[in-house]
Design a protein around this ligand. Structure first.
Ligand code: SF4
Length: 63
């Protein structure tokens, strides 16, 4: 199964991924995005979040 993975060092905390896919991504207090529910990825368009990330730090990974 393909799941979205975030490069935390690169994430600049813009919040775009959470705006586009709130079921999957979540901003936390350290102003980094986290994948809170990779299983929810089939309910939204994570590819759009990846394409919209300004630093391109979200990628697919085989799990
Ligand atoms: S879109 Fe990219 S830079 Fe912005 S919060 Fe999400 S992972 Fe971080």
């Amino acid at each position: 199964m393909k799941v979205p993975v975030i490069d935390f060092d690169a994430c600049e905390g813009c919040g775009t991924c959470e705006s586009l896919c709130p079921e999957v991504f979540e901003m936390r207090d350290d102003e980094k995005a986290y994948v809170k529910n990779a299983q929810a990825c089939d309910t939204c368009d994570c590819q759009e979040a990846m394409d919209s990330c300004p630093v391109e730090c979200i990628t697919w990974q085989e799990e």
